[in-house]
Design a protein around this ligand. Sequence first.
Ligand SMILES: Nc1ncnc2c1ncn2[C@@H]1O[C@H](COP(=O)(O)OP(=O)(O)OP(=O)(O)O)[C@@H](O)[C@H]1O
Length: 253
Amino acid sequence: MVGIETNELTKRYSETLAVDRLDLSIPEGIVYGFLGPNGAGKTTTMRLLTGLTQPTSGTGSVTDVPITDRDGLRSHIGYLPEEPPLYEHATAYEQLEYVAGLRDLPAETTRERIDTLLDELDLTADAGTRIADYSKGMRQKTAYIQAVLHEPDVVFLDEPTSGLDPRAARTIRELITDLADSGTTVFLSTHILPVVEEVADTVGILYDGQLVAEDAPETLTQRAETGETQTLEDVFLELTSTDPAADERATDG
Ligand SMILES: Nc1ncnc2c1ncn2[C@@H]1O[C@H](COP(=O)(O)OP(=O)(O)OP(=O)(O)O)[C@@H](O)[C@H]1O
């Protein structure tokens, strides 16, 4: 089954074409690394795919549910946005139980799942502290758990390792791989290219709202003409350069 599919998906904000006729076909159970420079349209794409904003034109579906059906998408998707919504006055535990309640998740198994995730992310000791007193990393961990708590079919993660110390960042990378291994589709947007190289099965590079490359990371970094390997950063910089000389180098190889 296809996890995410779009057909000429387009979003325009008055003069700005944020997403420009995007065609995606992402099989379920893979990690899709979504790259692009600032302002390329990554967040807008994720907001479209999660039903938070409506397309100007084109279509899309996530696990066969049309992205215009926000209620229909709800149980199938999880979203960790760049600035996650958390209740400052709640503790992590209260926040997660509240979200579980909104989603009508079964109380007992959910409590176990919350405990397991808090433990994996080393947050158990702080789970009873108010979120207002949390560090950025602690908030990020809480928001990550919130995004995956209901075991969604497709998870959208915007900079999931942002603010995390190396140990927590590694745990998140492992959890992402585990999610895909268990059949979850992970749509991962990050500027941290080594994370993408490590966990992504396929990488898509967005530039000015358009997909300019899409392939397995090891294929993208392989130079066909010389047989040498370049870094994902080299590929990214070539494909998203506004410098015509660099553009020419990219096309000429
Ligand atoms: N609500 C909005 N109203 C008007 N313009 C918007 C809106 N949201 C995004 N844009 C514009 O759309 C373009 C794409 O923005 P978007 O936030 O999707 O980029 P991004 O790839 O997520 O960038 P970053 O890496 O900096 O987070 C930008 O030019 C931005 O200014």
